[in-house]
Ligand binder design. Structure first.
Ligand code: AKG
Length: 283
């Protein structure tokens, strides 16, 4: 199974619409891949808080529109990264829970098959943490060819998370319990904490014996230099591919059987002591 991660640059000198067109062209170039991934909030910029309200869109808004065509032209499953979602039927006041950081998953026919609202909002007392609502649903997406629970077959069950979520291992355990074999983590991770990004991506892979496909942005927006360094880690914790700091497309071959093999040969997940500390209780 081939996956391409598009580490697009998000800079203030490019308009949101122009970036959408450029991202679509990059998706179209990935024909032949099974799965293509874009990063977190790439249309507006994860740290461009002042533009969130203006660029907020509905699930069938301009980003979906452009990405649906690109996915169907390329014939790929597309994790289109995340958008600032303006939830239908709600008001637009800043500070209310009407905006969400929402990932869009599209089929090769361009249909929106799944969405994920980021559960852990970043920013402490500002930005996303106060301007957006928090998601409260774990989301998995079985790709075609997945054989549930076995790891056999030619596809994966994806578990979805976004950026800051990477710091919360209980979310990933919950996704594993729901059947995830590969985590897809779009991000807008800052360069100054790049070591955490790499370390946490590998940790989530090792502890859950799952692939991690973590796709960040390049560039600098709202004064925050982005880390880039998108990374793909296998279920044993080996780094299969890692990008540099600039715009880049990372393409890797993944073996769905490796999840099952790793879990069988080193069955640590079976040794959990859930009665003592059940990570599924709270995430
Ligand atoms: O946890 C971090 O260091 C970065 C998180 C972040 O930038 C985000 O979630 O947007």
């Amino acid at each position: 199974m081939r996956a391409s991660l598009i580490q697009i640059a998000v800079d203030p000198d490019e308009s949101v619409n122009s970036r959408r067109q450029r991202a679509a062209a990059l998706v179209r170039e990935q024909r032949g891949a099974d799965l293509v991934v874009l990063p977190e909030l790439w249309p507006v910029g994860a740290f461009a808080y002042q533009s969130y309200a203006e660029e907020a869109e509905s699930l069938d808004g301009p980003t979906y529109d452009v990405m649906a065509k690109a996915a169907s032209d390329a014939g790929v499953w597309l994790h289109a990264g995340s958008i600032v979602e303006k939830a239908a039927g709600s008001g637009s006041a800043e500070g209310s829970s009407t905006l969400y950081n929402t990932s869009l998953i599209l089929s090769p026919a361009g249909e929106l098959v799944s969405t994920y609202r980021k559960i852990h909002r970043f920013g402490f007392d500002e930005g996303e943490a106060v301007m957006m609502g928090a998601g409260d649903e774990l989301v998995i997406v079985p790709l075609p060819g997945t054989v549930a629970g076995t790891g056999a077959g030619t596809g994966f069950t994806l578990g979805l998370a976004t950026c800051y979520d990477l710091r919360f291992p209980e979310l990933f355990r919950g996704l594993v319990d729901a059947g995830a074999q590969a985590f897809v983590v779009p991000a807008g991770w800052p360069a100054r904490r790049r070591e955490h990004w790499t370390l946490l991506a590998r940790a989530r892979a090792v502890e859950n014996q799952a692939y991690v496909l973590a796709c960040g942005t390049a560039g600098t927006h709202a004064g925050v230099e982005q880390a880039g360094h998108s990374i793909v880690v296998d279920p044993w914790g080996e780094v299969l591919a890692e990008a540099g700091p600039d715009e880049e497309v990372l393409t890797v071959e993944l073996d769905p059987a490796k999840v099952a093999t790793t879990r069988e040969q080193f069955p640590a997940l079976k040794d959990r002591r859930l009665g003592l500390a059940d990570p599924r209780r709270d995430c």
